[in-house]
Design a protein around this ligand. Structure first.
Ligand SMILES: [Zn+2]
Length: 436
């Protein structure tokens, strides 16, 4: 159920340096966004959480970072050159173009004329580019539209250098590019996106068991980033709607306060489609040789995939709160503390009293060393400083006042309850650490 307007989130993101429009001073570029300092930090915390959960906590996962530009033969073998497309229609009156499956083609949504659309044609979503100085068909390639092919192409390298036992996974986090006909909903559907994904290589006979295991794993991940499980819905993708390589796919939908139910992740059984095609097209043997000497075979693959930007939007929409403190309206982000871009803000009560600022700097430096994501604010009255931190979701504020110099205590204020407590300086780190 939508309870927060998307524009409120867009405006907060811009105002407080989470996300800016891409190329803004030139009027922007449709479907591109820039993460500002707070956004980059929040995104990084989400990605780190994913890496901890799916990669670092396991001993069967290999993290790679493959090139964005790949040999075009990769995209022919993967089927993207032929089939990675959306149906496009053009209005014969105003010449605007639309995704045929997203509009009612009886009447143009732009100029309002009726019956101006012909038959849809397939529009390939890959960005084309040329490698080297010659711009011809021989130098043509694409920016990757997905990460998976990087894992498939490096599969043989991993096998040859690490000799993993089956099952094992190859994971990566990185940018992908899709020339969407109609980018929409802020960072939800953009032309440049970030994906976290892994390919989990298995024996064909084990696919159902592994599919179920990762299905649970994905729900565990939702919990890690604070998405309410009552707002998650699984949608079984029917045969005609599945990607060309998949034998079973579940899409995960999240009921976001800004967008309502929309897709937030997927789990696909890609069979041996990709490795088999790459073996055929490259001429390289991509079979797995079991260590017990049994017959070699091409492994099958389960692929859980996650759009970083979509999680970012879900997490921030989810955290958006308006309440009242001392009779005044307050906007705040109730971000999970471990994801907050700033963990602690340090305030000297006054900025022109060296005895206060020196002490505050000392505390600030110590906290920065421990937590990294700590900021300093000495501007305006304390109430205003609290509001500024609330709005970006900082879980803790620490104020150093004149009493601090005598009793060696500071005021620690909690974002969610707005409660303040005096605690000894030497207990700050432990108190905050135990709550993150
Ligand atoms: Zn039109």
């Amino acid at each position: 159920m939508t309870t927060v307007k998307l524009e409120e989130i867009v405006s907060l993101c811009k105002r407080r340096g989470f996300i800016y429009q891409g190329s803004e001073i030139y009027g922007g570029l449709a479907g591109t966004w820039d993460y500002g300092p707070l956004g980059a930090q929040l995104k990084r915390n989400i990605v780190n959480e994913w890496l901890n959960y799916f990669v670092d906590s396991r001993d069967d996962m290999y993290l790679i970072d493959s090139a964005i530009i790949m040999n075009p033969k990769v995209w022919q073998a993967s089927g993207h050159v032929d089939t990675f497309s959306d149906p496009l229609v053009e209005c014969s009156n105003c010449h605007n173009r639309f995704r045929a499956d997203k509009i009612d083609t009886a009447k143009c949504p732009s100029c309002g004329k009726e019956n101006t659309f012909g038959e849809p044609r397939q529009f390939n979503l890959m960005f084309r580019t040329n490698v080297g100085p010659l711009e011809d068909e021989n130098s043509l390639t694409y920016l990757r539209p997905e990460l998976a092919q990087g894992m498939f192409v490096d599969y043989k390298n991993i096998i040859d250098t690490f000799y993993p036992d089956l099952p094992f996974g190859i994971a990566q986090v990185g940018r992908a590019f899709r020339n969407e006909i109609a980018p929409r909903d802020f960072i939800f559907r953009s032309r440049e996106l970030e994906i976290m994904e892994f390919e989990y290589f298995i024996r064909e006979s084990d696919w159902e068991e592994n599919f179920e295991q990762w299905r649970d794993g994905i729900h565990g991940w939702f919990e890690k980033i604070g998405l309410d499980k009552d707002r998650i819905k699984e949608v079984e993708v029917l045969e005609g709607d599945r990607a060309h390589y998949s034998k079973r796919t579940i899409d995960f939908y999240y009921d976001s306060p800004t967008l309502g139910f929309d897709e937030i992740g997927g789990l696909a059984y890609r069979t041996d489609f990709d490795l088999k095609n790459h073996q055929d097209k490259s001429g390289k043997n991509l079979e797995y040789r079991p260590k017990d000497g049994s017959d070699p075979f091409i492994p099958h693959v389960i692929e859980p995939t996650f759009g970083v930007d979509r999680y970012f939007l879900a997490v921030i929409s989810n955290a958006y709160r308006i309440d009242e403190v001392n009779g005044e309206k307050r906007n705040y982000l109730q971000l999970p503390k471990h994801l907050a871009p700033v963990k602690i803000a340090v305030f000297p009560l006054l900025k022109n009293k060296p005895e206060l600022t020196d002490k505050a700097k000392e505390i600030y430096n110590k906290l920065r060393e421990e937590f990294g994501q700590v900021i300093w604010d000495d501007n305006g009255n304390i109430g205003k400083r609290y509001r500024r931190q609330d709005e970006i979701g900082t879980p803790y504020c620490i104020t150093i006042d004149f009493e601090t110099l005598d009793d060696k205590c500071v005021t620690l204020r909690d974002r969610d309850t707005t409660e303040q407590q005096r605690i000894p300086i030497e207990h700050i780190i432990d108190t905050i650490k135990s709550s993150l």
